[in-house]
Design a protein around this ligand. Structure first.
Ligand SMILES: Nc1nc2c(c(=O)[nH]1)N=C([C@H](O)[C@H](O)COP(=O)(O)OP(=O)(O)OP(=O)(O)O)CN2
Ligand code: ZN
Length: 125
């Protein structure tokens, strides 16, 4: 089995309305996103998947978040845009992509809100 990991970044603002501290105010982060996919079959190039292709698929999801006020997006209408919910949104969107439903699957999505704080999401089971 092979795990492939790529790192992407986006910039976005959010606020956590019920948060008992300064994060209830509008502020932004440079979010770092680590996506890990896995597979055991290698193609004729000796790759599970070209990093370039993986970055492109992740980039399509990140484009939905980049330079937005996350609270305004439909994805965060009923849940707050915490790192937990953002990680799950990226995971679920990638996992719904046919490119990741056969020999290559999404293992986890880790979101870094700052160099000292991260959340990793993967489904149970
Ligand atoms: N589990 C989570 N905890 C917090 C989240 C989150 O999404 N999941 N988010 C926040 C806020 O967004 C806040 O912006 C970040 O808080 P914090 O790490 O405290 O930010 P600082 O840059 O001030 O970090 P320091 O290390 O304290 O300087 C809060 N918690
Ligand atoms: Zn924040």
């Amino acid at each position: 089995m092979y795990d492939l990991t790529i790192i992407a970044e986006f910039e976005a603002a959010h606020q956590l309305p019920d948060y008992p501290g300064k994060c209830c105010r509008l502020h932004g982060h440079n979010w770092k996103v680590e996506v890990t996919v896995y597979g055991h079959e290698l193609n004729q190039l000796g790759m599970v998947m070209d990093f370039k292709e993986l970055k492109a698929e992740v980039g399509k999801v990140i484009d939905n978040l980049d330079h937005y006020f996350l609270n305004d997006l439909p994805e965060f209408e009923s849940v707050p845009p915490t790192a937990e919910h953002i990680a799950k949104y990226i995971y679920d969107t990638l996992a719904a992509n046919p490119a990741f439903q056969h020999s290559i699957k999404v293992r986890s999505v880790q979101i870094w809100e700052s160099p000292r704080s991260a959340v990793k999401y993967w489904p149970q089971g």
